[in-house]
Design a protein around this ligand. Sequence first.
Ligand code: GDD
Ligand code: MN
Length: 368
Amino acid sequence: MKIVVIIPTYNEKDNTPRMIEALARVFSDIKPHKMHLLYIDGNSPDGTADVIRKYQKKYDWLHVIVETKKEGLGKAYAKGMAYAMQELRADWLLEFDGDFQHPPESISELVKYTTSYDYILGSRYIKGGSIPKEWSLERKLLSVLGNLVARVLLILPNIHDVTGGFKLSRVKGFMDQFDFDKLLSKSFAYKIHLLYYMVQKGARVIEIPFIFGNRTSGESKIIKNELFETLRVIFLLQQRIVKFGVTGFIGYLVNAIFLQLLSSSGELLAWLVSTELAIISNFTINNLWTFRSEKISGVGKLLFKFLQFNLTSSGGLIIQSVLGFVVVTYLNVPRQLALPIIIGFIVLPYNYFMYTKVIWKEKAPNQK
Ligand code: GDD
Ligand code: MN
């Protein structure tokens, strides 16, 4: 297996020679993997790239790409990962910092898990891991809270460090299928996108604790508005769920309004017609907005999918009624408690699942 360690650098001249030598020692202990190191330098004015080039004479596993200008961490990784996969034929990509905040010795620890996992995360927020104790209270809070908010909004309760920058990703079936033109951020927040992608792809994930060291030389390039950038990426990733929620709410309004308007034409008819109108509203808005990228068109296809959508919706109603009946009669759950719980935890997830996996199922890239 070939593992390519990717280090983006910007003005890391002092750290680089020590880093290359430290990795040379680590690499020689990692058998039977082939270890390579790829630097992506943002055309550092301090001459980091020249230092790396000098070491290329000594180590044949050392590679460097020099960008025309510094364009952000996400951009640097997008270039580096593409190069590592296409030119260096990497089986694994290891994201690593060039400033010794990620301990080189921890690499061998991560590598141990490549036989049974696809995504191996260095984690600061599990037992054995930590953030620098030298950090100010403000910096610590920002890091802990930022990570917590991201975990909650991305609904990733099982991953404790979602913003960390030290991780190992499997190429085959995972990173080789990622479209880097669609990477949502040019800066640090790209990490959230890749993490979310790996989890969605069904990667087997493990977290390994590591001690996030203090920077001893040079300075951090993380920018102040990174928090907003992270929130922007999270919103884009969760857009579908937000739109799905809004569409459902509009459907509810349609249902309620027509139920009122049609009340004079008889109770049963009012319920039937207003419910069907809500279904039509949901189908139309989801098709044109929520699942725009998988839009259904053509009369035949639309009719077929609309029928399927009606069946799915009826399925939801049946699940809701049966479950409601059972928990109220046999478990004595109060009715007004059972309804929101069943809708929130069963019916909505069921609908979302059916929409994404059946009705607006994503087309394979070659079918698009
Ligand atoms: N080429 C390139 N271009 N390299 C960059 C750029 C850029 O725009 N920005 C930063 N780098 C390089 C740095 O030289 C360093 O080697 C590495 O990327 C990490 O940058 P730092 O500036 O040291 O980041 P940090 O320590 O604030 O952030 C680290 O921790 C975060 C979590 O707290 C990184 O690991 C982040 O990825 C992580 O999210
Ligand atoms: Mn750093």
